[in-house]
Design a protein around this ligand. Structure first.
Ligand SMILES: CC(C)(COP(=O)(O)OP(=O)(O)OC[C@H]1O[C@@H](n2cnc3c(N)ncnc32)[C@H](O)[C@@H]1OP(=O)(O)O)[C@@H](O)C(=O)NCCC(=O)NCCS
Length: 173
């Protein structure tokens, strides 16, 4: 099937927002999605964007059952390793179910790798849920290492009240 991978624009934020929810449903955590397409527009398309995003688009004649032509996305941003320097972090990779198995996911992932290489990133990092064996296998087939297995890293988060109280304990200037 014909498709192309391109950098997203502000106008893609409704499609990206729709697919963020579809991915969260797939991951069994739709209640955790609190972001709106307006916030994506603000944060991805400002002077110093918080993220960049690629979308996969099919021609009109191959649109989805619901009439969508933007059928996949890869959202990423830059991080820094004190051991290795510049890194790229893939936050989301998603292809709509009816378009899977056609090479779209692989193209999105490769393009993120190419963007990272272009920016001299030493690593492409991402997280995947334990039970998501198809995606874990997909990444492993492309040569990814599972750091939980090999190095025992845990994925840690502060949010909500815990983040508030931590911030409130900060020394005042
Ligand atoms: C993971 C996902 C993005 C892959 O996209 P896709 O378009 O279906 O994958 P592709 O068609 O590009 O597959 C590319 C290659 O990976 C292989 N592959 C795909 N799924 C695989 C699997 N479960 N196990 C091993 N290899 C797999 C394909 O055989 C193909 O290999 P080839 O290049 O040797 O032919 C897609 O399945 C998806 O959106 N899944 C649900 C959401 C998700 O889990 N996202 C990741 C969250 S971390």
């Amino acid at each position: 099937m014909d498709f192309r991978v391109r950098a997203s624009t502000k106008e893609d934020c409704r499609d990206i927002s729709r697919m963020i929810m579809e991915l969260a449903v797939y991951e069994n955590m739709p209640d955790q999605v609190k972001i709106s397409h307006e916030e994506l527009e603000r944060d991805g398309f400002c002077q110093n964007p918080f993220f960049e995003c690629l979308v996969a688009e099919v021609p009109e004649e191959h649109k989805s059952k619901d009439g969508h032509t933007v059928v996949g996305y890869a959202l990423y941003f830059y991080t820094y390793s004190t051991w290795r320097g510049r890194c790229i972090y893939l936050e989301d990779l998603y292809v709509m179910q009816e378009f899977r198995g056609k090479g779209i996911g692989k193209s999105l992932l490769s393009k993120v790798a190419a963007v990272g290489k272009e920016k001299q990133c030493a690593r492409l990092n991402l997280s995947v849920l334990d039970w998501n064996t198809p995606s874990r296998d997909f990444y492993a087939a492309k040569g990814a290492q599972d750091l939980t297995d090999s190095e025992g890293w845990h994925f840690i988060r502060f949010d909500g009240k815990n983040l508030d109280s931590l911030a409130n304990e900060a020394p005042k200037d």
